[in-house]
Each structure stands twice: as C-alpha cells, then as structure tokens.
Ligand binder design. Structure first.
Ligand code: HAM
Length: 403
C-alpha cells in the first residue's frame, strides 16, 4: 500500500521555515498591538452563505475555489478562503455594530482555496490580517498602509504599493453601466465576456495580453469617482506622500473579492515570481450591512505568510543550547535528574540513548548545541559531569552541584 502523502498544494512548515513563521507572527502581532489591535481567533469552518454574501458569488474564490461540503447535520459549510468574512460575522453576531465605537482586531491562520498550485500559490496557506471597524476617515486607511509598511520594513522587505479607489454606492453603479456599454463593443476572451455580465470591473484585471491591449481605452474608475470619493482618494494620496510612502495608482486594481468600496491596495514584491502580491486589502464600508448589521465603515488587509517567508532572513540567534547525554546505561537516570532545573536558565536537549563520547559530540553539533554535558561510568563514580563550551572550546569536569 502506498504511503499517505500531504494533499496537493498543502505543505508542512518545519525547521527553519517554522522558526521564521513564528518570528514573523510574533513581530507582526507586536506591531498590530502597538496600533491598538487585539487578537481574534475565528473558526476555520463557516456557513457557505457567509462567503457567498461577502466575497461574492461571481468571484473566482466563491465560484471555483471553495472547499465546500455538507456536514453531518446537513449544513452547507466551507473552509474559510479568507479571514475578513468570519471577523465581520463575529462583529455583527456580537452586536458590535450597535454598540458603536471602534473595534480593531488582528488574526492569523490557515485559509483554503482550491486553486491551481504553483510557486507562491497554495491550496492551504496562512494569512496575517487586521480589520478596523467604525472609522470612516481616510486617515484610518493611511494608518493601515503605514502599519503594513512598518511590518515589511521590520523584516527588510522591499515592496511596491499599488493603490486604487473603487468608489462607493453612488459612483460605482454609474461607472459600471458606462464600463459595460464600452466592454460590449470589444473583442475579449471568454472569461471577460462572462464577467461583463457577472462582475464587469473584474474584466479590467484580465491577465490575457490581447485583452490588456484592447482594454487600454476602457473608462478608468479613478476618473469617474463622485466628489466625496475623489476628495478622499486625493487626501489619502496626500497623506501617503507627506509621510514618505511611495505608491503607484493602478486604476485596474480591482481585487478578487467583491466587498471593497473606495480604497483598494496591494503590496507587491519583485522578488518572488509571478505570484507577486504579498499583501492586499482596502475599505469595505458596506460589508457589515450586507451581513445584516448596521452600516459601519471598515478597512483591513491580509498578508500572505508563505509568500513573505520567501523574503525574510531571520537574524542569527545567539541563543545558548545545552545538549546532555549518557555514555552508560547507569548514567541515563542521572542525565534525567541533572537537567531538571537547568531548563529554567537555558534551552536543554537530552539524548537518552547510550552513545559513545564522539557520537554524542557529533549529535550535539548536528542539533545546533552550543554546550555539551556528558555523564558516563567514571563521572558517576566521581559525582562529576564532563562539559564543553563549543564557542570558547573550554572543556572541564565539574561537580554535579556546580553543574
Ligand atoms: P487576498 O488578496 O485574497 O485578500 O489575500 C491576501 C494575501 O494572501 C495575498 O496578497 C497573498 O499574499 C496571500 N494569498 C492569497 N491566496 C493565496 C494562495 N493561494 N497561496 C498563497 N498565498 C495566497 C484577502 O484575503 C482579504 N481578506 C484581505 C483583506 C482583509 N481585505 C480587507 N481586510
């Protein structure tokens, strides 16, 4: 019988990658907390209707990529493809919309999308995200962008920020009508022709070269914003400029999720191949209402952790690691008791297999130990322990009390 393998597009995170993973989460969490965000953990499984209503039925995520099934209680459920919908469900379910005030939460965890796996595109991946509720000011959008920049700068990651405004319920429908009239006249690919009917702004994002060429003359969203959206977008750009954050306006940046209004952005890296978006987000002022809550302005983002890990180098650790081993069967008991208190002051790895002196030395170095302590029959008789510091090369036998 063949051994069981992990599923396609799903991978284990281990060794250096899991060290980096924790390093990333710890530091992003610390930065998010500094901006007033508290941690939220929402379930991995939610009702399918939640994503249909939020991410949108016409989006690729909902129409093609969900891990959806009927559970034992006949509920239509799916593994979350993203984190925002669950957080908004929490917000409405707990009547945070009625309490008013600001709510800022951050999360990290697995997301699932049945996409075609390739470098940087997995079926099970992780996001670190933040969602801010109750603040309509464009300063909040700028603060979020500033926070992501701070996170990426902390890890020394270079990025390009692409920015757009997707308008609001007043200007978007008029823009869409004009866009559809324009698109209907063009020769476009099959996907685009389908999207003209289901979600015309997604046509702007088509990756097909011939469509890109044909779409050059398409009306641009940023030139069709209402006065309020236009003023807000100008203000956002001014704040970013005044605070040294470079950006590029990309009026074809429409994002793959349908809930955005006004600000939409992506942080892109040149160093990770075709799947270059390392973070994405924007404002979604209507989503709380779509999920049954009182209209509440909101803005957020998520970083793709696996893509980030490709770019981070963790600083060398100066952590001390002590390896303790037994060179005779009788010494194993002593090894166990000798390290008992040691863990309060140093990271300790033990090996309960009886090995020769040189095998223990090799083993300790393979495991990254900086110090080694060994007990054999001679040490047992004398009540001592042999120690060596791999950094200073200093070696000596000391009494167990001293150890
Ligand atoms: P998103 O752009 O779909 O936005 O995903 C955010 C990030 O997750 C992407 O920029 C990318 O780095 C990573 N990502 C997405 N799909 C994959 C995949 N298949 N494999 C590896 N990494 C992936 C959202 O999910 C929104 N919920 C963000 C947001 C929060 N907007 C407002 N609040």
């Amino acid at each position: 019988m063949a051994n069981i393998q992990s599923l396609r597009g799903m991978k284990d995170i281990i060794d250096n990658d899991s060290e980096l993973f924790n390093y990333f989460i710890e530091n992003c969490s610390a930065i998010a907390k500094k901006y007033g965000y508290g941690y939220i953990e929402t379930p991995l499984l939610e009702e399918t209707a939640l994503f249909k209503r939020s991410v949108g039925e016409s989006s690729d995520i909902v129409s093609k990529e969900m891990y959806q099934f009927i559970d034992k209680g006949e509920h239509d459920v799916c593994l979350r493809p993203e984190g925002t919908a669950g957080v908004v469900r929490w917000f409405v379910q707990n009547k945070k919309d009625r309490a008013g005030g600001l709510n800022r939460v951050y999360y990290h965890g697995s997301m699932f999308r049945y996409e075609r796996p390739q470098k940087g595109r997995l079926r099970s991946f992780h996001q670190f995200g933040c969602e801010s509720f109750g603040e309509a000011s464009v300063y909040e959008d700028a603060t979020i962008i500033l926070m992501i920049s701070e996170m990426l700068n902390f890890f020394g990651i270079g990025f390009n920020l692409q920015l757009n405004s997707l308008g609001c319920k007043d200007c978007m429908p008029t823009y869409k009508d004009g866009l559809v009239d324009h698109l209907k006249e063009l020769e476009l690919c099959e996907d685009c022709n389908r999207r003209i009917l289901t979600n015309p702004i997604r046509v702007l994002d088509c990756k097909n070269d011939s469509c890109k060429e044909t779409l050059i003359e398409a009306p641009s969203i940023t030139e069709n914003l209402c006065a309020t959206c236009d003023t807000d977008f100008e203000k956002l750009k001014e704040i970013l400029e005044n605070n040294g954050i470079e950006y590029e306006v990309d009026s074809n940046l429409v994002r793959g999720l349908d809930y955005y209004t006004k600000t939409a952005f992506e942080f892109v890296s040149d160093n990770i191949g075709a799947q270059s978006a390392i973070a994405g987000g924007g404002r979604y002022d209507r989503l709380v209402e779509f999920l049954g809550g009182k209209p509440t302005p909101a803005v957020g983002f998520a970083i793709g952790i696996e893509r980030l890990l490709e770019l981070i180098i963790k600083p060398e650790s100066d952590e001390e690691i002590l390896y303790v081993g037994a060179m005779s069967a009788d010494a194993v008991d002593m090894v166990f008791s000798a390290v008992y208190d040691k863990r309060e002051t140093i990271k300790v790895i033990t090996d309960y297999k009886v090995r020769s002196f040189s095998k223990h030395l090799n083993n300790a170095q393979k495991q990254g130990a900086t110090k080694i302590a060994l007990i054999g029959d001679d040490e047992l008789t004398n009540g001592t322990i042999w120690t060596k510091d791999f950094t200073t090369k200093d070696e000596k036998s000391i009494s167990l009390e001293e150890f």
